[in-house]
Each structure stands twice: as C-alpha cells, then as structure tokens.
Ligand binder design. Structure first.
Ligand code: DQA
Length: 141
C-alpha cells in the first residue's frame, strides 16, 4: 500500500521552528519512526514552500492509481489557498488534513480552512502523532 505525505510551507524547519508550538523533532527524523511503525506501507514524502508545487504534487498523486491516500498538512496555505482546496476536490484519492498544533485554539485566521471541507477528515492538535493516526485510518479502512 502506498500513502503520500505532503507538507506545506515552513514545515521543512520542524525541530527548530517555534518549538513551543511544533516540538523539537525534525520531520525527516519523524519519517523514519513512521516508516518503522508502518512497515507494510510505502510512504512517499514531499514538502514545498511553494503553493503551485503543492498543487502539482496533489495532482500527480491524485492521478496515479497507485496511492491509497494523501496525508496533507498545507500549513499556512490551509487558511489562504483556494487552489489547494480545488486540487483536492479535483482528485479521487482521499485526503486527510493534519495539523500539528490545534488550529482551533490559536489565532482567528487559523480557524478558516480551504481544505477541511474537501478532505475526508481533519486531525489537529495531536502533534506529529496526527500523521500516524491518519496513516492508521487508511490502513484499517
Ligand atoms: C500548521 C498550522 C498552521 O496554521 C501553520 O501556518 C503551520 C502549521 C500545523 O501543523 O499546526 O505552518 O499547519
């Protein structure tokens, strides 16, 4: 089974960025843990700070029959990107939106998501574990 993880802007800085909010683990390190936790799953990983590149990757995964699902953390583009919401609506591959922090307990602008309504579901506020929970959803459904 193949699952794609797609991370948006500034998530390449996990581990050093606002550690009180996002923790001190880098995503590359966490990815190793994830792969060990799900040995039967082939995880692909893509991160970009560029909105259009995220749209391209969502389309690429979504038009390949090989993937069971997408775990997507669009980061700040969650709150601004109609294009990412439209890309999710344009594909059949199910998407789970993940946020490390609880976006509903922070600033007002973070409560708006262009992605949630197009996704199967949302996991927010459970730290990096949210990615594992999203993968578990795809592996047990
Ligand atoms: C985030 C929450 C967003 O509001 C923020 O812009 C991010 C990360 C999270 O994982 O908690 O960059 O998506």
């Amino acid at each position: 089974m193949k699952i794609a993880i797609i991370n948006g802007p500034n998530l390449n800085l996990l581990g050093t960025r606002e550690v009180d909010v996002y923790g001190n683990q880098s995503f590359d390190k966490y990815l190793e843990t994830l792969q060990q936790e799900f040995p039967a799953v082939e995880l692909s990983y893509f991160q970009s700070n560029v909105e259009g590149e995220l749209v391209n990757e969502i389309q690429r995964i979504g038009t390949s029959a090989a993937y069971e699902g997408i775990v997507l953390n669009p980061a700040a583009y969650t709150h601004t990107s109609v294009a990412i919401g439209d890309a999710i609506a344009a594909i059949k591959t199910p998407v789970i939106e993940v946020h490390i922090s609880n976006i509903f307990g922070r600033e007002e602008f973070r409560k708006i998501s262009h992605v949630s309504g197009k996704s199967v579901g949302v996991i927010s506020g459970l730290g990096l574990k949210g990615y594992a929970l999203a993968i578990a959803y795809f592996t047990t459904k």
